[in-house]
Write a protein that binds this ligand. Structure first.
Ligand SMILES: Cc1cc2nc3c(=O)[nH]c(=O)nc-3n(C[C@H](O)[C@H](O)[C@H](O)COP(=O)(O)OP(=O)(O)OC[C@H]3O[C@@H](n4cnc5c(N)ncnc54)[C@H](O)[C@@H]3O)c2cc1C
Length: 259
């Protein structure tokens, strides 16, 4: 049973986002990147499938050279192969990214294609459904529990006040929701073993794609703006806690008039 896991690298949720000089892009200078957290559930699902049924777990990422770090981390956790498609994803919309992934996935043996339900921070949740359409596969989104049998999968989804159980024939697309499993950390043995696995690199041309197919965006980024700075509250000197409490009470009662 072979799986492909699509991995997107996103800014660390602790990162302070800065806008680049063009007002349309994130300034990546000094930014720390991580594997998108929902992709960790996707990867863990694929590794568990390999552990119970054998086969390969191929991690695929489309992005600049920095994504090799994310792929290396996935190999250390238990993926067996890695494929990097080189390109600047900040210049592609979700359809462009899905086209690249579809072309890459066609060259890799697979029964299940895993993705995160959305890229954390970018939050489009479009790549999975678009990929399913391009590959002509059934898809189950936002999956909280997955069983894969010969030729089909059974997936659970949590909806408002209920749980759905769905079946789909393989090959199929699954997008992972938080709670689908408990992602493992990389072990020292895994980190050492991962160093021996070569990450395969392809260009768009290798996949038979032209730049205009991938970067001819239907959806254009016009501008990117940070939310307005919070005006900040009022700081009360806490050196004497009793006096500070009195002052807070006075402020809420007499100035804000909330009580
Ligand atoms: C640092 C950074 C800067 C960006 N700057 C811009 C910008 O300036 N202008 C702009 O238009 N867009 C920008 N983007 C957005 C980028 O183009 C989006 O990643 C794209 O629109 C897809 O949306 P999403 O990540 O929300 O994907 P979703 O559809 O939410 O992702 C769902 C799943 O698809 C898979 N996936 C998504 N992308 C990839 C990928 N590249 N490789 C492999 N798997 C993938 C993952 O499994 C992911 O969990 C930026 C993204 C990042 C990380």
């Amino acid at each position: 049973m072979n799986s492909v896991v699509c991995i997107t690298q996103v800014p660390d949720t602790e990162s302070r986002i800065r806008i680049g000089a063009d007002g349309r892009h994130v300034d990546e200078t000094g930014m720390k990147f991580i594997v998108s957290p929902y992709d960790e559930y996707a990867l863990e699902g694929a590794i568990r499938l390999k552990e119970s049924k054998g086969g390969d777990v191929t991690v695929v990422s489309f992005g600049p050279d920095r994504v090799q770090q994310a792929l290396r981390e996935c190999l250390a956790r238990g993926a067996t192969k890695a494929l990097h498609v080189k390109g600047e994803t900040s210049e592609a919309d979700s359809l462009g990214i899905a086209k690249v992934l579809a072309a890459a996935i066609k060259s890799v043996p697979h029964d299940v294609v895993f993705l995160g339900k959305q890229g954390v921070g970018t939050d489009n949740a479009l790549v999975g459904p678009m990929l399913a359409e391009l590959l002509g596969y059934p898809q189950v989104n936002v999956v909280t529990h997955l069983d894969v049998q010969e030729g089909k999968l059974t997936a659970h989804r949590e909806t408002e006040g209920a749980e759905e159980v769905l079946e789909a024939p393989l090959p199929a697309i699954v997008t992972a929701q938080k709670g689908m499993n408990e992602p493992r950390y990389a072990s020292l043995k895994g980190i050492m073993a991962a160093k021996k696995i070569a990450i395969e690199s392809r260009s768009l041309a290798d996949l038979g794609l032209s730049d205009s197919e991938v970067f001819g965006q239907r959806v254009q980024f016009v501008s990117l703006e940070l939310p307005k700075e919070k005006t900040g509250g009022r700081k009360v000197d806490g050196a004497d806690p009793a006096a500070a409490a009195k002052e807070i009470l006075r402020y809420i009662r007499d100035e804000v008039k909330a009580i």
